[in-house]
Structures are given as structure tokens and as C-alpha cells.
Write a protein of this length. Sequence first.
Length: 166
Amino acid sequence: MLGTIIAAEATVELGRNSRFKGAICAATVVVKSGAVFLRHGCSTPLPAAQEIPDLEDIDADEVVTSAVTDYELIGNYPNPFNPSTEIKFAMPEAGRVKLQIYSVTGQLVQTLADGEMPSGRHTLTWSSRDQSDAVVASGAYFYQLVAQKPSGETAFTETRKMTLVK
């Protein structure tokens, strides 16, 4: 496929044997095993739809696959945030995932995930609320991802900081 996909609030999935050359602007892009995409390598913001230029041929050396090969806590965006932020992570195999939010004093604030998840890339949203659905105060918070292999062995643990600004 050659073109531009603009689906700002939708999910775009590229499945097995998919090929795409162009620009994708979406809330979530899922590239499954066997799919190929061409990386632009540009860090500037995406242009408005009417400003998207014609695409030039891209070198075959720029073709990459997006199979998840390692556990990764990608981070949250935006950071700082108000009132919500998305936390992204990747898993190379299915397993149990626990993603929890903690205050600076180490108190559990919210559990976003606690169960089995498939392999791949995942995004969870925290809306700055605690376990009882009360809005939390401005300040620093920590989120911790713990992933277990199907055998129950801990495969990955990482903690990162985020800031809620009101």
C-alpha cells in the first residue's frame, strides 16, 4: 500500500504480509509479525493532511520489521501530563503483566493491569485517579511494570517516574 492514513482516534493494524509506504497518524499503530513498514526517521511533528507532500522512493535498506524481540517499558506520554497519560510497553511473549502506579512515598495508587496479556506492544491509560476513583494531587508518581513468563518466572521489571501537573 502506498499512501497516507489519517485516523487520529483510531487503531491502525498492519497484519501478516502487509506492506505500507507512507505516513500514518493514529492513536495506536500495531505492527504484527510478518508485516513490514518503512521508517521515516524524522523527529519533527506530523504535518496537517493538506501539507503532506508526495512520497519519494525509499531505499530498500530502510525496510525494517517490527517484531517485538525484548521486554521494554517504553514510557509514558505526555510527561508531564494533565489529566491523563499513556504508558506503553512491549512483550516478546504472552505472560502475566502487572502495571501499578505508586506515590513518592511508595503507597500503591492504582493498578492498571494485573493479568494475562498477549505478546506485542501495549498501551494503557492512567487518568490520574486512585483505586477508589478519586482524582489524585499534582506531583511525581512512579509506575512499575512486572512481566512474567508463562512459566511464572519474572522476566522483566522496570520502574519510571512521571509528573502530574494541574
